[in-house]
Design a protein around this ligand. Sequence first.
Ligand SMILES: Cc1ncc(COP(=O)(O)O)c(C=O)c1O
Length: 387
Amino acid sequence: MQELVYLDNAATAFPKPQCVHEYMYEFYRSHGVNPGRSGYDLCLETEEVILSARKALTAFFGGTDPARLTFSYNASDSLNMIVQGMLGKGDHAITTNVEHNSVLRPLNHLQREGLIEITRVPFDDRGIVDPGEIERAIRGNTRLVVVNHGSNVIGTVQPIGEIGAICRKKGVYFAVDASQTAGVQRIDVREMSIDLLAFTGHKSLMGPTGIGGSYVGEEVPIRGTRAGGTGVRSAYPFHLEEFPYRLEVGTPNTIGVAGLSAGLKWIQEQGMEQIHRREMRLWVRFKEGLEKIPGVVTYCAQSAENHIAVLSFNIQGMDAADVGTMLDVDYNIACRTGLQCAPLVHEQLGTDKIKGTVRVSVGPFNTEAHIDQALEGVAEIASVRKG
Ligand SMILES: Cc1ncc(COP(=O)(O)O)c(C=O)c1O
């Protein structure tokens, strides 16, 4: 059997850089205490690791105040806090068909409770949302626009700077789901007028699972939606309003923060643009290889511009799930099939009727040989099907 080829990096990056594993191991052995709770040296040093991670991520995203860089479990957790903390009765929210369920579902819950109205803007043939359509959807009661920066199904990158400028002009808050782009695409919250940015640690930021967060701009009146321990001002009967406490409760995931900061450091050493360029070279190799295989259809993959290294395809006449199983069992290739938690992308593409797509997603440790092994598998499956 050939060696495992992991092409499911949009689900989570794997493997992680060795330095991430090593740093987490050393950190937890030496600093596995509860930060911010006491005054002994080890506690203060652990708190310092968290603070320096806040500072590094704030600078990485172009923010100004490290206290507003708050940690959570993952992007879903932060997006729930953003949606619930920004919207209230009578508000209108605008989102897009490229969203993941971690945006769609929190919004849908508020809509089901009769609290908000939602407009969902489609994407064009290239998989890009027209900022003008978002502008035209803004009404008097529009409070929040939420956009997925990079699609986890078709890999297209949305023009968030343009959308941000429109939101700023119209006085509407702008939230970005950077789950797939943080770590491979430049994000500058001030330059792009992003009021709320949600990220996850375990994808292109190269950290472990269970850590993510958000950056909330200075003028953004997000409500805290949780309450609990903060380690400070314990006699106060309510949860603290000041940042970072407003969006953080209980003991933090210190080992996760440590791993995330090691991942970020690794990206900065490698160079984010170099990582992205390398991944896209492999994406182009895969796409061009697929285009030579009769019966293969790709989606919104016309160009490598405004793209991350995620590609969806189908073999005509076959279920995506069956292709995925054959790639796994017969060729030892790990990828993802189905609707990939983004049902509206498939509804718009019509792939919901054929149970979704096969999604291949490239990471920094993939090679040309991996891509060729995957192409060989797809070609054989397609030819057997045809035969
Ligand atoms: C675009 C997008 N948004 C949100 C998420 C949710 O990320 P997490 O599972 O880390 O919360 C994902 C994960 O696949 C994603 O691809």
